[in-house]
Design a protein around this ligand. Sequence first.
Ligand code: GLU
Length: 285
Amino acid sequence: MPQRGRFAPSPTGDLHLGNIRTALIGYLWARESDGEFLIRMEDLDQMTSSRALGERQLADLAAIGVESDIPVIWQSDRFDIYKSIINELTERGLTYECFCSRREIREAAAAPHGPLPDGAYPGTCADLTPAERSERARERPAAIRLRTNRSVVAIHDTLHGEFSAQVDDVVLLRNDGTPAYNLAVVVDDALQGVTQICRGDDLLSSTPRQVYLQRLLGYPTPEYLHVPLVLGNDGERLSKRNGALSLRDLDEQGRPAESVRELLLASIGGSFSADALLRVGTWTI
Ligand code: GLU
């Protein structure tokens, strides 16, 4: 099967050097494998993302030489697709309605009843009776969660090796009607035929739950490469606070996109090869 890589940013602001480096590594990985590469805009959250910001990200990526071989899709155009998959899971008895507020989840997760990973949903609404459900529906609309078996799922990452985590009952549809990231990312990677996923290693811990969902839906599991973040010279993850650099900031500092590309290539070992990929490390600027 031909390889196909992807970069899937959320258009919530300008890409910083760390995101751009991840995109470039993913692009080069696909090309190294004689594969195709696509960009997908993950603008599910209409409160924080916009088309205008997405267009700026696409222009920045193009300036660094990272372009999509096929037309870019925007997740905000695809809610019907995600909802039909959620309905399919519901028909299979694999979802339930959840009425918990964030605070209730925090408090319940802190209670000592079971080895759930940090932030995992403790299953409070998993077995509500119909009467309890209609009672709780008076407080707020329901989110829809996946009913998992809470198994431990092991995944393989090209850089990190084996990683496993217990899956939890993730949200599939938020209570404002927005499909959730974990569902949309799994559906789109499968529908777009993605075989290689390169992204920041802050998402490594979400991968077992995504692989669990892939298996439920009968989708193949792509190869993963979770790339370490770029740190500022204060040793912290790049953020606006420590001067997270966008291409515009760098250009103003006298570093045009072409020289940024050279700098990024140097950070992964000068030229790109499968071997260089395995040397992709945390990079401090
Ligand atoms: N859209 C997600 C983000 O920007 C990344 C999703 C992914 O690569 O799986 O954080």
